[in-house]
Write a protein that binds this ligand. Structure first.
Ligand code: PMP
Length: 443
């Protein structure tokens, strides 16, 4: 703590009153300096997709390290091509060209640059409550004020209303009153009224805020993650894509949290909305904890950059590509997408029982192993649980041996505590769960 105080920037604040000193991680477990074991349900902010120090991913990294660590992308090396082929194989349609980078923020920056160069337009639309990164451009489209500081690049960014069927001003209760089901996005039969209202608001952005014919792109998460696991109502994203395209813009899917099978039913989150984006960005789970991210697009859009030397020293690093390949293989071989659906659905059902039982559990939502529990002071008004009480819940979980995350907009702004718990796709093998949890959540 003394070294931290003297040498680490103060904005880096570890979670918990007594910060966790992590020494080891094995699959879904983290171990502190005393050897105490924790079930890691936050997975380094939704990143450990196949397990800490997964043996096959470790072996692939070590094997690659023996022969080549780094080249930059001015030379060729086989791992990058092998990975590019395998990765783009997972994407539909013409999404076949990849630019490998190192983080979600970099990926989103490049996606916006590509959109602007390709369309020759400048303006970008994102949704309120979105998180897209912390680099200047990605922070510009992020729409959560606690994550924005001195943004130099908000120019040309328009934030449309995010369709939040639990708390949003156009609700609506119809979308939430159904009993818990595998697909929780919306239970409206046919066209969803919430979708229609939020779509009208998006049209207003075009009418009043955007200079005519200037839209370069819409960037959207398939489920808003850091914003508190907010699911869009049925049909909304599809209508939004059509509107943007009609006006000459591209559609960018930020799959940093929702990609790689995390939502269970599909490999990519955008598939649940029945859309095919023009550009897809991915990070976090793609590298199972290794700095790896990517932008995938069509050959036509990629060609817009021409031969401009858009350079990235570490992009396509051989070790990162070896890790990416092994992670993808583990997801497939161990059927982790199906696991995400199975365990996630069970978890949702059990959490739903808590919602019925406890006045402070306002909403339980999500898909697969992307799940949020919104804690409220009052179920009727949906007023968020006080930050202090939320912190107690969260600390108690840790004391009981379970690490969960936090997100959402309703915490204290300067101390980012909120009222939403995020759980993650720690690759859960029921037989490895400690008895007290197997009796509790994952029977
Ligand atoms: N997009 C989304 C949806 C994210 O959740 C995040 C990170 N929380 C990012 C982009 C930025 O990724 P990174 O922190 O790797 O830059």
């Amino acid at each position: 703590m003394q070294i931290k105080a003297e040498h680490i920037v103060p904005c880096i604040q570890p979670y918990y009153k007594t910060p966790l000193l992590v020494h080891e991680g094995h699959m879904q477990w983290l171990f502190d300096h005393t050897g105490r074991r924790f079930l890691d349900m936050f997975s380094g902010i939704v990143t450990i997709s196949v397990g800490h120090c997964h043996p096959k991913v470790n072996a692939a990294a070590m094997e690659q390290m023996k022969s080549l660590w780094h080249t930059t992308n001015i030379y060729m090396h086989p791992k990058m091509y092998e990975y590019a082929e395998k990765l783009t194989d997972k994407l539909p349609g013409d999404l076949k060209v990849v630019y490998i980078v190192n983080s979600g923020s970099e990926a989103n920056d490049l996606a916006m640059l590509l959109s602007r160069v390709y369309t020759k337009n400048f303006d970008i639309i994102s949704f309120r409550n979105a998180y897209h990164g912390a680099s200047p451009y990605s922070m510009g489209v992020t729409a959560l004020s606690k994550w924005k500081y001195h943004v130099p690049s908000n120019m040309g960014v328009h934030h449309a209303m995010n369709p939040d069927v639990y708390k949003g001003i156009w609700g609506g209760s119809k979308c939430r009153d159904s009993p818990v089901q595998a697909d929780r996005t919306c239970s409206c039969a046919g066209e969803c009224s919430a979708s229609r209202h939020y779509y009208k608001q998006l049209q207003e952005v075009f009418k009043y805020s955007l200079p005519r014919g200037h839209v370069a792109a819409l960037i959207a998460e398939s489920i808003q993650g850091i914003g508190g696991v907010v699911q869009f109502p049925k049909g909304f994203l599809k209508m939004a894509y059509e509107l943007v395209r009609t006006n000459g813009g591209l559609c960018v899917a930020d799959e940093v949290q929702t990609g790689f099978g995390r939502t269970g039913d599909h490999f990519w989150g955008f598939e649940m909305h029945g859309v095919v984006p023009d550009i897809v960005t991915m990070a976090k789970g793609i590298g199972n904890g290794f700095p790896l991210a990517a932008v995938v697009t069509t050959p036509k859009i990629a060609a817009a950059l021409g031969t401009a030397l858009h350079f990235n020293t570490f992009g396509g690093n051989p070790v990162a590509c070896a890790v990416g390949l092994a992670t993808l293989q583990a997801i497939e071989e161990e059927k982790l997408q199906a696991n995400s659906k199975k365990v996630g659905t069970h978890l949702l059902m059990e959490l739903e029982k808590l919602r019925e039982e406890f006045p402070c559990v306002g909403d339980v939502r999500g898909k697969g192993l992307m799940i949020g529990v919104e804690l409220v002071a009052d179920k009727e008004s949906k007023e968020p649980l006080a930050a202090k009480q939320f912190a107690d819940v969260w600390e108690d979980c840790k004391d009981m041996g379970v690490l969960i995350g936090r997100g959402g907009t309703h915490g204290n702004v300067s101390i980012p505590i909120s009222n939403t718990l995020l759980t993650n796709r720690a690759s859960i093998c029921p037989e490895m769960l400690p008895v007290r949890y197997s009796g509790c959540l994952f029977q």
